[in-house]
Design a protein around this ligand. Structure first.
Ligand SMILES: Nc1nc2c(c(=O)[nH]1)N[C@H]1C(S)=C(S)[C@@H](COP(=O)(O)O)O[C@H]1N2
Ligand SMILES: [Mo]
Length: 319
């Protein structure tokens, strides 16, 4: 039976919680003994002792993208040690360790629903569909923190156009792997598993929507959604489903896991919007990991080029 979970941490609690966790890591890490633990200390310095070593394969032939932000990238060790991946754990520090032995090969993705070319694709074949690009994107979590990540992948539209959606396909649904042996978190009914996300087809076809299989020039670390995920930079982070095994085309709006869990708090669109607060906290500001002062959150997370997708829509209603 589904037990409704208490939702994600309100942003008002984030600073104190992060500092608590910082302190916990700090106490655990002898390497930093003696370092200042003043409240202004950057979170990334403190996270270092828990770093899970990774030796991921490099991706060849990565091209630069004009879509990249020019902001400072969040350090690799933070991007890969502070993760929302509830299939492993609801503790953001735990997926890095728990995902170490996650099996990402063999891995297939089923393409089905309202599409001409229903098929089961091997992930290695998907990765070769187009040239890999580095896309440095801002990523804004609905909980109030943000990161800047050099993802590797190519536009999701490359895969979608090869699948040839039928005219009646108006939406795309993404489903994460369901595997109780590998995902200890799926034994916990925080969400109805497997994790499901959805986009309108025109959103999914927007060139910014990324089919992602790497970061920092190497294949995706497991805790970041290996072997294949989406990254939708103008939407709150939870729209960017990890470890995808199915892409289904449909005529009706898919019910995404978070919306099903708490429809008042999480909508289908979930565009980053500083003017539409979460029922339990403001979305006007965010804290970039590693920084102390909050910064203003930008409409569509600063990706103004997607605005035309929503012209004429009331984004307070369609949150
Ligand atoms: N399958 C799955 N996808 C997921 C999540 C999850 O728990 N399970 N968490 C989401 C949330 S809330 C965020 S903020 C991002 C985090 O991605 P990152 O760990 O690569 O930064 O993944 C999203 N995709
Ligand atoms: Mo998130």
């Amino acid at each position: 039976m589904l037990i409704k979970r208490q939702s994600e941490v309100p942003s008002s609690e984030i600073t104190s919680k992060d500092l608590y966790l910082n302190r916990r890591k700090f106490l655990a890490g002898a390497a930093l003994a003696g370092a200042a633990v003043a409240t202004g200390v950057a979170f990334n310095k403190i996270a270092a002792p828990s770093l899970v070593a990774t030796a991921n394969a490099k991706i060849d032939g990565i091209q630069k993208s004009s879509f990249s932000a020019t902001e400072k990238e969040t350090p690799y060790k933070d991007v890969t040690n502070y993760n929302n991946f509830y299939e492993f754990s609801t503790d953001k520090y735990e997926p890095a360790g728990l995902a170490k032995d996650f099996k990402t090969r063999p891995w297939t993705v089923t393409i089905d629903g309202d599409v001409k070319k229903k098929q089961v694709l091997d992930v290695d074949a998907i990765m070769k569909m187009a040239a890999p690009e580095e896309r440095i994107y801002r990523h804004r979590c609905v909980e109030g923190w943000s990161i800047v990540v050099p993802w590797v992948g190519f536009s999701l539209s490359e895969l979608i156009k090869r699948a040839e959606p039928l005219g009646k396909a108006k939406y795309v649904e993404f489903t994460t792997l369901y595997d109780l042996k590998q995902f200890p978190g799926q034994r916990v009914p925080v969400l109805r598993w497997p994790y499901v996300e959805g986009l309108r087809l025109d959103e999914a076809m927007h060139p910014l929507a990324l089919l992602c299989f790497g970061l920092y020039g190497e294949v995706l670390p497991n805790q970041n959604g290996a072997p294949l995920r989406i990254v939708i930079p103008w939407k709150y982070g939870f729209k960017s489903a990890k470890s995808i095994v199915r892409i289904r085309f449909t005529g009706s709006e898919p019910l995404n896991s978070w919306q099903e869990n708490s429809p008042r708090e999480y909508g289908f669109y979930s565009n980053v919007n500083p003017n539409v607060d979460h029922p339990r906290w403001s979305q006007a500001k965010e804290r970039r990991l590693g920084e102390f002062l909050k910064r203003p959150t930008l409409m569509f997370n600063g990706y103004d080029q997607v605005a035309s997708l929503y012209s004429g829509m009331d984004l307070k209603k369609n949150f």
